[in-house]
Write a protein that binds this ligand. Sequence first.
Ligand SMILES: [Zn+2]
Length: 232
Amino acid sequence: MIAESKRLMRVVILFILLIFPVSAAAARHMVVIDPGHGGSDTGVKLSKSVYEKDVTLAIAKLVRKNLSNANDIDVRLTRLDDKNVSPVNRKKIAGKSDADLFISLHVNAGFGMKAKGYEIYYPVSDIPSAKKSSSGEILKDMTQTRRLNNCVRFAQIVQKNMGKVFPREGRGLINAPVLGLQSLTAPAVLLEMGFATNLENKKKLRDKKIQQAIADALTRSIKKYFSTDGTS
Ligand SMILES: [Zn+2]
């Protein structure tokens, strides 16, 4: 019996030694980037031929390209070309990818022609405080609090980096029940990158150099978020 236990112990130790370096090396983070709109859903218009759907896709692809050589971050997009994707399917892609972070990209419009700059939305808690009594609800609440804290932390990093592309144009972090962010399990933010109704913003968002600069700001933000998160 003792010899048998020793043999079993050796097998267990060997197993642990084999598994751990592999799992450590495989500790990768999955970022799902969601280029807003697509197909017949054009989003807001930036010129005769350029729509929100084109700008969001271009920037999402640039972020993916930027991170293609990162050894600990994988990027998946909710669409790779100009097609309609329902909010349900965008959520499904995030779920199937086991996303650690979800970033939805959009372009703003409205509030008159003077309104300009970027806004960052993050989801609100959806557990009513009256229900926080059972242990299941408390656990769910703790998980959600942790997720919301991560949303805010990432939103703050993005805010800082976007400020380098659009100096003094940050319109702040907005806590709101945004469709497409609410029911996800991964920390999620929605970035409204600028206003299509503002001449200056519209011109900038169509500019390839600015698109690259926004992608670079997001890339830096993603790297920073995962290098300091403590979730791995
Ligand atoms: Zn939009």
